[in-house]
Design a protein around this ligand. Structure first.
Ligand SMILES: C[S@@+](CC[C@H](N)C(=O)[O-])C[C@H]1O[C@@H](n2cnc3c(N)ncnc32)[C@H](O)[C@@H]1O
Length: 282
């Protein structure tokens, strides 16, 4: 019965049109979500659309884990190697200068597995990686059947102080994470509060990353160096981080060319919390 009905052109035509429409829509959605053609949606606000952007971030790491890092296979191996020595040159300087044998390092916005490394000559490292997507990352790690040398805790930078408490770490570190946040200055203030007096914060971000990424996904903030100051900016909003921390912390900021392509610069910033000054923030 159904056969002759489907052979009837009056029935087949709308089905054909519907199918074509569905194919076009599917292709459009695929293009919309494709990372290859750069057609991710540009966002104009760090809050609006964040839920969707967080799902996109999870998708990125799902692919990364499923492909064992893909074209970043060496970095994948480094992150999962419990014997990996700290590679970040600025972090190595801070570790070498630390008077402590055991140095506690907080990695803010670590991703599913930290990029800090686990060893350093003459020191032991107590690493605490945190990320707001830690629970989702745990599920991805289980699905990929891999175990990170140190498990990531769930915490977003804007609430670090409430969640972790003040004066706890020797070094707070963030790489390419604060540009993904809602309020980078609030996170930096929290990082200053959770390190001990005399402790250090190290920020390493690709220069003006949100511009480079056309404000898609979680990329909403740019870090740059203006007149020696660290600034976080997005259209219509600029925060002078160095000025905001004046009297509480010294900020040393420099540009470093990237190793891989020579075209991408890093903004590297070492923030030294004064040893003898109480914090102004609550
Ligand atoms: C590009 S990944 C960087 C991961 C790692 N630091 C690295 O260099 O490979 C950005 C990370 O920042 C995290 N992130 C986003 N918003 C954040 C926030 N408000 N506080 C802390 N981390 C955040 C994301 O969940 C994501 O894991």
């Amino acid at each position: 019965m159904i056969g002759p009905v489907l052979e009837n052109e009056r029935v087949r035509k709308p089905i054909r049109v519907l199918r074509q429409w569905m194919d076009r829509t599917r292709a459009r959605v695929r293009r919309w979500h494709s990372r290859e053609d750069g057609s991710w949606r540009t966002r104009t606000d760090p809050v609006r659309g964040r839920k969707h952007a967080l799902r996109e971030e999870v998708g990125y790491w799902r692919d990364w884990l499923a492909n064992a890092g893909g074209k970043w296979a060496a970095e994948y191996a480094y992150r999962f190697d419990p014997a990996a020595e700290v590679a970040d040159p600025a972090l190595r300087e801070l570790l070498a200068a630390s008077p402590r044998d055991e140095v506690s390092v907080l990695d803010v916005g670590s991703g599913p597995v930290s990029t800090v490394g686990y060893r350093f000559p003459g020191k032991s490292i107590a690493l605490v990686p945190v990320d707001p997507l830690a629970d989702e990352y745990d599920r991805l790690l289980a699905r990929a059947a891999v175990v990170p040398p140190v498990r990531v805790l769930r915490a977003d930078g804007e609430h670090l102080l409430e969640q972790l408490g003040r004066d706890r770490f020797d070094i707070a570190y963030a790489r390419n994470a604060l540009d993904h946040a809602v309020d980078p200055l609030a996170i930096i203030e929290n990082m200053v509060a959770v390190v001990r007096p005399g402790g250090n914060i190290l920020l390493r971000h690709v220069r003006n990353e949100a511009v480079r990424q056309a404000y898609v996904q979680l990329h909403q903030w740019n870090f740059d160096r203006h007149d020696g100051h660290l600034v976080a900016w997005r259209p219509g909003e600029t925060t002078d981080v160095t000025a905001a921390l004046a009297g509480r912390a010294d900020v040393r900021c420099y540009l470093e060319p990237a190793e891989e392509d020579g075209a991408t610069e890093w903004v590297v910033c070492v923030i030294h919390r004064h040893a003898d000054q109480p914090l102004a923030t609550s």
